[in-house]
Design a protein around this ligand. Structure first.
Ligand code: 5GP
Ligand code: ZN
Length: 112
């Protein structure tokens, strides 16, 4: 079972930011910004590359949840970045689809 599936099953602890039947959000263990939250589908999906049409509803849910979390964290107005690293060149380290919410500081563009 992958690391994030273990977090979903509460076999590995994580500080949760949000949970519903299909979506889990938790604070990144190695934050890259003052606010750094990971939002994941509870279904094991390896990456954006392996999405199938039946996953559309949960991805839509995730994009409803993201601004809710941003509001709760107080970064909705100041701004935040949503990142889904996909495969090697993007540095995807965990093969379970996850959306980073990063905020609380000025982001750089282009990203590194
Ligand atoms: P990726 O590099 O795959 O886009 O992002 C994986 C993220 O998962 C990294 O930001 C990393 O810090 C985070 N991470 C890895 N292991 C754990 C863990 O056990 N708990 C939490 N909360 N975050 C983790
Ligand atoms: Zn998984």
């Amino acid at each position: 079972m992958c690391l994030f599936c273990k977090i979903i099953k509460k076999e590995i602890p994580a500080a949760l930011a949000y949970e519903d039947n299909d979506v889990l959000a938790f604070y990144d263990i190695n934050p890259q910004a003052p606010k750094h939250i990971l939002v994941i589908p509870k279904k094991h999906i390896e990456s954006l590359n392996t999405l199938v049409p039946e996953d559309s509803a949960v991805i839509a849910n995730i994009y409803q949840v993201i601004p809710q979390i941003a509001r709760t964290e107080g970064i909705a107005e100041s701004g935040y970045r949503v990142v889904a690293n996909t495969n090697r060149d993007a540095g995807q380290a965990v093969a379970h689809l996850h959306f980073h919410i990063l905020g609380g500081r000025q982001m750089q563009w282009p990203p590194g």
